[in-house]
Each structure stands twice: as structure tokens, then as C-alpha cells.
Write a protein that binds this ligand. Structure first.
Ligand code: G6P
Length: 579
């Protein structure tokens, strides 16, 4: 949801900012801009993607500057609405990630006092408010303005004649990088890796002044020290490494991600709050929600604990947070709705646990305990390896709480994913690529996988795809089945198999092309399938992991066949930091 990047150091800032923004482009990619300080502030903005149109911006002179890649919220994506935004005299420039909820009232006030506006954005009120407060001390002016802003923000501000860049955050992520005679700031750590491994995660309410002389952080007027953390992600992990797309690279990393998450968790103690709980409520969005939904089946079956799973965006509308322990699942640790759900749980004094991939992310500061997955940086907008890593965390927890019930299967998990990656999906892709609409169906833990398969398909191919519990398909969606509507059925062996088998036959009777994932030799499953995709032999854990990788790959290859922008699908952003 917008990426911001700032640099202040000894080198020309513009090319560094542009490279930084390219690494943040997955957060938003409809327009971009930079503001660089030399004698005055030079601003350049463009509609479209940085990767396609930033080459001429690198020539802008100056050693301090800020940049922004946008995911439009207020005003259409065009040059005027692209950040940075300026005050009346073009001497204060601001980039912003988040939403200023009270901007309309502030704008009216500012207009009444004679300020002219050039965009439809909420952000533009900020440079004008700073203009009114600025008397030579930029950090002081920013700090005077912030109490007037309602909503969320990560901000970077520069002003003519000031040798410092000011950074501030409230409910939107912002990380400071400590470079060699340079300071950097970014929405996340990935663009900082090229410059430093030492970072500071700002807290809500912090205001930082960054200059070649160092970093000074203030909180409510008092100078504070924040811990310097070492990032253990490598630069190689944020590069494509010979793969055509990040998504494919990340899918192929899954066997290792699964094993390394398992290995790391074995060394960790299970938090007491988990051992003692009488029930859990899991809250999450998107793919993380599907991971939570899947794990509910295993938690209830193996641990005998009631588990409830809620969309984080709906959680606030319930009067009680439910079970004893509230678990927030978020790859990025920055999803606004998941953070709000965690805050609500805290308000009700429920113990909280976070499951996340990002050290220092906001969710880690809201939760009583955090379990980290070891997926490494995930760049493609469509979540893949983080889904597998989330499953790894939950499988591990279930196993530990159930006295090793899953241990044997978990040791083989990476092999099951590896086998799935070898499958030829070309026939299935041929069926999907011409479809206007399709369904994914499953039962038990394979129902959340059907939801996830449909999500992957729609987000990167733009084919309308719905995930359904197979038992529900007769309650309405049956009306949509036709020879033009392929169905992907997840049908591994197990107690749901006989009824799934009947469901497949019923759908087939409507002329629906059936793509079936199952184990070879189970009844005459292959014979009733139009395309049969074999799952490896093994138990339910192997079938879950292999099915997850296969539905991801099916979406990936279909998107490639349709010529889609796989890593940056239209209208989406990887990190949704607004509710
Ligand atoms: C966005 C991403 C999804 C992701 C969801 C939740 O919508 O595009 O891929 O699943 O946010 O993200 P989180 O970081 O909380 O897991």
C-alpha cells in the first residue's frame, strides 16, 4: 500500500531512491515520484511503473531525497496525484503511506487561509500544515502538525535549507537503515539490504531526524534510543536468481522454506499461553486467513481445543473476541485489519500470539508472543512461500501440543512439495486459460486450499474463480456449471473421499471439465477426470502441502499463458496497510 524511500548521504540520491522504490514496487505500482534537494527541491513524478519509466530521473542532482511508489486511495493515478506533494512555495516535500482520515476538513481550513492545492490526495494537506509551522526547525514543525492528523501515516519530509530528512510513523511501517556515512528510510527492509544490515524499526509516535551527522529519534518531545537490529535476509534473496518471475522462484523455494521453518521452531519453547489455553481465535486476511482456516481442522482434531477463525476485517464487528487466546497471522506483520484485531484482543485482555515472517513488524510489538516463520523476503504480490511457512508453523504447534502426532509426516513435508513441483500442468492450463469462470472445491482441510487456489487464480490471471466447500456447490453454484466452467477438485484419500468422489461425478454429469488432484489408483478417480494431477503417496500433511504447491503452479502457468503481469497484478498490493 504505497512504498516510501529516503536517502541522505554522500552519493547522488536520485538513482539510489529509484532502485529503492523498485524493490518496494510490490506495495503499489500505479505512479511514482521523487523529490531531491540540491539548491532547491527538484520534483519528478510519473504515472505507471518505476521499472518502465524512471531512467531519466536518475540524472537529478542532490545528495538527499525522498521517493514514493503509489497504490491510489484518494484520486486517480496520474501525475498530479503522485507523491511527493509540496507546500505553496515548493520548499517542503512530503511522501506518505497511509490515510489521513480528516483531510477534507483540514483542506477546507487551509484553503480558507489561502493555500492552493494541486492534487485530490489526502496527503497534500501535510506539506501545507508543515508550511504554517516551519520556522527553520523541520522536526519541530512536523511534530507540531502530527497531532492534527487522524488516521495512519509513515512520512518522510524534506525542506529547502534543512540538512535533515524527517521521518514519522503512526500505524504504517517505517524502517531506518544505518549506512556508511548515510541514513536511509523505507517502508520495509528489502530496499535497505543493498546498503546496510543495521536497521531501526520506528515505534508509533516516533519522529526521527536523519542527516549525515546521524539519527536522532524523539517520542513525545523526549529523545529516545531504539534498538539497532541486524537483518538476516540476504540481498540474493530479494533478487530473481534466474527465474522468470519472483512468484515462480518463491514457489520453488517452498521445500526449503518448509524445512527451515520446522528446524527453527524445534529450537523454540512453546509459549505457555498456548499450552494452557482452553480455546483459540485466529484472525487474518487473504492467504493468511486461508492458512488459519486450514489449521483449524488440525487444531481441533489433534489438540482437542476449540478453534475459531475470523477475517480480521470482520473481527471488529463482533462484540467478544471469542476463545482465550487470539492468534494474529500475517506474513508482513503490517496488515491494518489484522493489527486492529490484535488491538481489540488486547483491549479485552486476551493473551495474544503473532505468527509472522517479518522481524520488528508492528504485529510483533502488539502481541504477547511471536512465532516467526522463516520464509525469507517474499516479493511477488501473490503470497506463496509465506502460506507454506504459515502452515509449517501451525503444523509444528499442533504436533507439539499433540505429543508428536504429526512428527513422521512433517519430516517428509518438503519431499511432498518437491514432488508436486515436478508435475506437468500443461493440460490443466489449457483448460483454464480459456475459461471465463471456474471453481475450486474441497472438503475438510482441502476446502481452505480450494479457497486459496481460487484466490491465486483470480489475483494473477483475472479469471473469475471461486473456492467452495464441495458440499455447498449444490446450493447455488451448480446453476453456473457448464462445459465452459472448469472445476478443480481436491480429492485426496481420506474419510471425505467417497462423498467427494460422488460430488465430482455429479459435476461431471453437467458437462463440467474436471481437473482432479488425487492419488493414483484411488477408485476410478483418474477415469472420471478430464485432467488428473497426481498427488504423492503419503498422509494428509503430504497431500495438503502438495495440493497447495499445485494450485499455486496452476495459477502461475495459466497467468503466464495469458501474458499477465504475474508479480504485480493489476489493482493489488502486497501489504494492505489501510483498513
Ligand atoms: C494482501 C496480499 C495477500 C495477503 C494479504 C494478507 O492482500 O496481496 O497476498 O495474503 O494481504 O497479508 P499478510 O501480510 O497479513 O499475511
Amino acid at each position: 500500500m504505497c512504498g516510501i524511500f529516503g536517502y541522505c548521504g554522500q552519493r547522488r540520491a536520485a538513482p539510489i531512491i529509484i532502485e529503492g522504490l523498485k524493490r518496494l514496487e510490490y506495495r503499489g505500482y500505479d505512479s511514482f515520484g521523487i523529490a531531491v534537494m540540491d539548491q532547491g527541491i527538484t520534483v519528478r513524478k510519473k504515472q505507471g511503473k518505476i521499472s518502465l519509466g524512471a531512467s531519466d530521473l536518475s540524472r537529478v542532482k542532490g545528495k538527499m531525497g525522498i521517493g514514493h511508489t503509489r497504490w491510489a486511495t484518494h484520486g486517480e493515478p496520474n501525475n498530479q496525484n503522485a507523491h511527493p506533494h509540496l507546500d505553496c512555495h515548493d520548499s517542503i516535500a512530503v511522501v506518505h503511506n497511509g490515510i489521513i482520515e480528516n483531510y477534507a476538513g483540514l483542506k477546507r481550513e487551509l484553503q480558507a487561509r489561502g493555500h492552493g492545492f494541486r492534487s485530490e490526495t489526502d496527503t497534500e494537506v501535510i506539506p501545507h500544515l508543515i508550511e504554517e509551522e516551519f520556522k527553520g526547525d523541520l522536526a519541530a514543525a512536523v511534530s507540531a502538525v502530527l497531532p492534527r492528523l487522524e488516521g495512519s501515516y509513515a512520512l518522510l519530509v524534506i525542506a529547502t535549507g534543512c540538512g535533515e530528512m524527517v521521518a514519522a510513523r503512526k500505524r504504517s511501517p517505517l524502517v531506518i537503515g544505518i549506512g556508511d556515512r548515510a541514513c536511509l528510510a523505507a517502508s520495509d527492509v528489502t530496499p535497505l539490504l543493498e546498503h546496510t544490515e543495521r536497521v531501526i524499526y520506528l515505534e508509533d509516535g516516533d519522529i526521527a531526524s536523519l542527516s549525515t551527522g546521524g539519527i536522532e529519534i524523539r517520542h513525545q518531545g523526549t529523545r529516545v534510543k531504539r534498538p539497532v537490529q541486524k537483518i538476516d535476509w540476504s540481498l540474493a534473496e530479494v533478487k530473481k536468481g534466474g527465474f522468470a518471475h519472483y512468484m515462480l522462484k518463491e514457489i520453488y523455494e517452498q521445500p526449503e522454506v518448509f524445512s527451515s521453518t520446522m528446524r527453527a521452531l524445534k529450537e523454540e519453547e512453546i509459549p505457555d499461553i498456548l499450552q494452557d489455553t482452553g480455546g483459540v481465535t485466529l484472525v487474518a486476511c487473504g492467504t493468511s486467513y486461508h492458512a488459519a482456516l486450514l489449521c483449524r481442522y488440525l487444531i481441533e482434531e489433534h489438540c482437542g481445543i476449540p478453534a475459531r477463525v475470523e477475517l480480521a476485517s470482520e473481527f471488529k464487528y463482533f462484540t467478544s473476541p471469542g476463545g482465550d487466546l487470539v492468534v494474529g497471522v500475517s506474513q508482513s506483520g503490517e496488515t491494518a485489519d489484522t493489527l486492529a484485531a490484535m488491538q481489540k484482543a488486547r483491549m479485552f485482555s486476551h493473551p495474544t500470539l503473532a505468527v509472522t515472517n517479518v522481524l520488528g513488524s508492528t504485529i510483533t510489538r502488539l502481541a504477547d508472543h511471536t512465532l516467526f516463520m522463516r520464509a525469507g523476503p517474499e516479493i511477488s504480490v501473490a503470497a506463496t512461500k509465506s502460506f507454506i511457512a504459515e502452515l509449517a508453523v501451525f503444523f509444528h504447534l499442533v504436533d507439539r501440543l499433540a505429543g508428536g502426532a504429526l512428527e513422521h509426516s512433517l519430516g517428509r513435508g518438503h519431499l511432498a512439495i518437491g514432488e508436486a513441483l515436478l508435475q506437468d500442468l500443461s493440460q490443466a492450463v489449457d483448460l483454464c486459460r480459456n475459461a471465463q469462470s471456474m471453481f475450486f472445491v474441497g472438503r475438510g482441510p482441502f476446502y481452505p486450499l480450494a479457497l486459496e487456489g481460487a484466490l491465486k487464480m483470480k489475483e494473477i490471471t483475472y479469471i473469475h474463480a471461486e473456492g467452495y466447500a464441495a458440499g455447498e456447490i449444490k446450493h447455488g453454484p451448480f446453476a453456473l456449471l457448464s462445459p465452459e466452467t472448469p472445476v478443480v477438485a481436491l480429492c485426496p484419500p481420506g474419510h471425505a473421499f467417497p462423498v467427494m468422489f460422488s460430488n465430482i461425478k455429479e459435476m461431471k454429469a453437467r458437462g463440467t471439465p474436471m481437473i482432479v488432484l488425487g492419488v493414483q489408483g484411488t477408485q476410478d478417480l483418474e477415469e472420471i477426470s478430464d485432467v488428473f494431477i497426481p498427488l504423492p503417496d503419503g498422509g494428509i500433511i503430504s497431500h495438503i502441502l502438495a495440493s497447495a504447491a499445485l494450485v499455486q503452479l496452476l495459477a502461475y502457468h495459466t497467468a503466464v499463458a495469458l501474458g499477465r503481469d504475474v508479480d504485480q497484478p493489476r489493482n493489488l498490493a502486497k501489504s494492505v496497510t489501510v483498513e
